[in-house]
Design a protein around this ligand. Sequence first.
Ligand code: PMV
Length: 356
Amino acid sequence: MSHHPPAGGSAGRATAVSPANIAFIKYWGARDLERALPVNPSLSMTLRECVSRTTVEYSPTDGPDEVWLGRSGAPGTRTDPGEAFSARVLAHLEALRRRLGIEPGSGRFRVTTENSFPAAAGMASSASGFSALAVAASAALGAHPDPGELSALARASGSGSAARSVMGGYVEWPAPGSDPDDPHAAQVAPSTHWDLRDLIAVVETGAKEVSSLEGHRRAPSSPYFARRLADLPARLERVRDALRRRDFAALGAAVEEEALDLHVMAMTSRPSIHYWRPGTVEVLQAVRDLRRDGVEAWSTMDAGANVHVITLPPHEAEVASRLEALPGVRSLIRDGVGSGPTVEVEPIHSTEDESE
Ligand code: PMV
């Protein structure tokens, strides 16, 4: 914590490209939902194709923050994202001001963001979006947070999974030993450790009925929640150990079991949440059939209907052609482990900018 009074930042602009991630052990249930303090540790694989691209421009002259969907520099493509989305981004900007030592409400942020994949359909759009926002905003302000602090900045959005997306490879959050009241993530292994693939069978492109925030809120109402928490330490250890040894059968079994457990929690919470669609069941069955035929593939899902099929490079083509042939699969995204966000800082030349 700085003892200096908070100052306004200097003008700057940065564009971050941040990937989504797929959780092998899921964040489900919070001790404090607003601050995204999780009930249990989670572990994910950072992706490389499903990304949010976010440009943040900061001007020290006070004015209302702005949020746009689209691509910065392509004005004709910009659209208003709607109130609910804007409200979450504006709240995150305030949290970033607080953490980066800028007076509340001072200066003006202009944010333009777009996704490479369907948002709010169990595809961790909040993870990539808020990770990109934290990375771009700190770069626009000339701040240089270390990876742990960057992770905490992303978590300040209220999306816990965003805390994992600021790092590449395999990531655990909270990092063992990190402050329980300000938890950040840590990389368990870099992307080069193991080239896993994630074929995302998109069976639904619309927004899901119940947000993950609402899911976290309802989690403790499942009569099986205490049983889940009791099972989790051993399952997390199985995932860590399988990753360490690159044991795909052990990893896949633990990951598939965990995804089903998450959906049991959702379905048995009160009121009950049903994320599955007929296409979901088709894909889950196809993955079991693939294994019966000797093709190593395992399924997992976040809080949505789409299924992530985890496989190894030699099986990717076979898995893809089987999934694409299913009537319920609208499209297939071929993704895999990635190395984390990238950021570009661009100089800006505005009249308010005293530099140059
Ligand atoms: O980060 P949130 O609040 O959107 O929650 C993520 C919830 C899951 O995607 C279901 C699990 C996870 O760990 O990513």
